[in-house]
Design a protein around this ligand. Structure first.
Ligand SMILES: [Zn+2]
Length: 297
């Protein structure tokens, strides 16, 4: 049984590499990116700067939230909260230059079920994605963990026609990557790709600010810093830019130096990083530069 599996995985790798050859040259040469988060602000926080850079190059970017966010507030809940978060996400999408889909699964109750796996397979196929980015399955929040598992579970199935047969299978398998996180167990995040988002950081913060119920209400409340939120709406975004600035870790700094050269890397104030998931196509450095043209300075 093991031998059969081994030769099957060899065949799979060969097939995936054939997929990849077609992959970076398909359509009009424009890469299609789908970022998948658990809540209607997750992609924004972890990949928003990169999304803006892609959108500015004319590439198509979609954010998907696997839950409708109907639990994330201290005074609102249910349909009223889901509606508010939907509207905030659509405003954020405009500011990022992306489209935003929200799946109608309850916040805080996500399970890695077949039903949700099929929803995700459908989204990736409909978007004809070249790049899929999602959380790693190690995280403090069960919805984040299970979103990681669900996307991993979709990573091969998107190319299998007999699964979700009503939505045509992808003819090539995308590259799957993980968003950056700080979790150390079972293994720390590895920044295979690091993107300089300094020039679009202000725009990213402006887009994040569209999630009023989150960045100025719920997250400060649950994080015990509600008193810090400026009452003056004119200075709130400056506060947000400082509060949410992610320090560049030594590992991300090394990755930036590898891709951009030491001098360019030292100029970077804000970055987003991604780790290649083992379950999709495994791009080499040249292929990664085609997928992330902003890596070429
Ligand atoms: Zn979240």
């Amino acid at each position: 049984m093991r031998t059969v599996c081994k030769s099957f995985s060899g065949l799979l790798l060969l097939t995936l590499s054939v997929f990849f050859t077609a992959h970076a040259q398909n359509k009009d040469g424009k890469i299609r990116i789908i970022m998948i988060g658990a809540h209607p602000d997750d992609c924004d926080v972890a990949g928003g700067g990169t999304a803006i850079l892609f959108a500015k190059m004319g590439y198509a970017v979609k954010f998907v939230s696997v839950t409708n966010g109907d639990a994330g507030h201290q005074t609102l809940k249910g349909v009223a909260l889901a509606k508010r978060r939907f509207a905030e996400a659509q405003e954020a999408a405009k500011r990022f230059g992306v489209t935003y889909d929200i799946l109608d699964n309850h916040d805080g109750q996500l399970m890695p079920s077949l039903e949700v796996r099929f929803q995700i397979i459908k989204k990736i196929r409909e978007w004809d994605a070249d790049i899929v980015i999602a959380p790693r399955p190690n995280d403090y929040h069960p919805d984040h963990r299970y979103t990681g598992v669900l996307v991993q579970d979709a990573a091969y199935m998107v190319a299998v026609p007999n699964i979700v047969p009503a939505t045509p299978a992808l003819k090539k398998n995308p590259v799957f990557l993980y968003f950056q996180d700080d979790f150390q167990r079972p293994n720390p995040f590895r920044p295979d790709v690091a993107i300089d988002i300094t020039v679009v950081y202000e725009q990213k913060v402006h887009a994040l600010a569209a999630h009023i119920s989150q960045v100025y209400e719920w997250l400060p409340w649950i994080g015990n810093y509600l008193a810090e939120v400026p009452a003056d709406k004119n200075i709130r975004e400056k506060w947000l830019a400082k509060k949410w600035a992610v320090p560049i870790t030594p590992a991300v700094s090394s990755s930036l130096q590898k891709w951009l050269g030491k001098d360019n890397a030292l100029q970077v104030k804000y970055a987003e990083a991604f780790e290649i998931c083992e379950y999709g196509v495994q791009p080499n450095e040249e292929e990664l530069k085609k997928l992330f043209p902003m890596l070429i300075k």
